[in-house]
Design a binder for this molecule. Structure first.
Ligand code: HPA
Length: 268
């Protein structure tokens, strides 16, 4: 990896402090209505990251003014199930740290496990379960990034999460997200086990980035769009098109919430 990561970006990224960053899945980047876009970098221009390969994930890094704040947006992400090393999945976090970003909101699509949830709900993450054995901090210890055994008691920042809850209204859900490595969806037996363990939603992203960012001193909040009820909790089979369709209909609400979050997050 490059030693001074931020230098591969256009100078505009380094000219003024950045207030916050968004990592967006499932085409939500298109829904933002920024006052101005200062720079667009296709992921193919970030050699250590590479092109996003999943339908619905665009693959652009943007610097924009949104709600009067200076915001970096990863529109599309890399997933562990694509077969890339975990270092590549969390590359955006290294870049954000190099840019001095202190606040991050991560979004994802997820399957609902909590029986009170419905497709179309939005859920603020209160915690996560990583049962995969995959950890982005595995490997030689980088003492400049974090301690060898970083605490994970409070991954999702309560103050940032409260902004989402305040701005999202009464229908906002809260819960525990379980990281499933994918790319196959879970079996009904796995979902029953996750429910017994206390999970409210399941998805194939977010947790590596959240671990990396929290360990590296970046404040994190995360938001799931419940695009379907998880395996065994509904009568139909799971298909990616259903996830994309539900993500698409959540776009206006998601865009409004992202903007409200950005408007209320701490200044960089
Ligand atoms: N499982 C895992 N990931 C998902 C799901 C699901 O049901 N829905 C959207 N992403």
């Amino acid at each position: 990896m490059s030693t001074n990561l931020a230098e591969i970006l256009p100078a505009a990224f380094r000219e003024h402090p950045i207030d916050c960053a968004l990592i967006l899945g499932s085409g939500w980047g298109d829904a933002l209505a920024p006052e101005m876009v200062h720079a667009v970098v296709p992921y193919t221009d970030l050699p250590d990251f590479g092109a996003a390969s999943v339908v619905g994930h665009k693959g652009e890094l943007l610097l924009m003014t949104l709600a009067g704040r200076r915001v970096v947006v990863f529109s599309g992400r890399r997933h562990y199930y694509e077969g890339c090393p975990i270092e590549q999945v969390v590359y955006p976090i290294r870049l954000l740290k190099a840019l001095g970003v202190k606040t991050l909101l991560i979004t994802n699509a997820a399957g609902g496990i909590n029986a009170n949830f419905r497709a179309g709900d939005l859920m603020v993450l209160t915690d996560h379960m990583n049962l995969t054995g995959v950890n982005p901090l595995r490997g030689p210890h980088d003492s400049e990034w974090c301690t060898r055994f970083p605490d994970m008691s409070h991954v999702y920042d309560p103050e940032l999460s409260q902004i989402l809850l305040d701005q999202g209204g009464e229908t906002m859900r809260q819960g525990v997200y379980v990281f499933s490595p994918g790319p196959s969806y879970e079996t009904p037996a796995e979902i029953r086990a996750y429910r017994t363990l206390g999970a409210d939603a399941v998805g194939m992203s977010t947790v590596p980035e959240a671990i990396m960012a929290h360990a590296g001193g970046i404040r994190v909040a995360a938001l799931s769009c419940i695009t379907n009820m998880a395996a065994g909790l509904h009568s139909t089979t799971l298909v990616h098109e259903e996830v994309l369709a539900e993500s698409e209909s959540a776009k206006p609400r998601m865009a409004a919430l992202l903007k409200a979050f950005v408007a209320n997050c701490p200044k960089g």
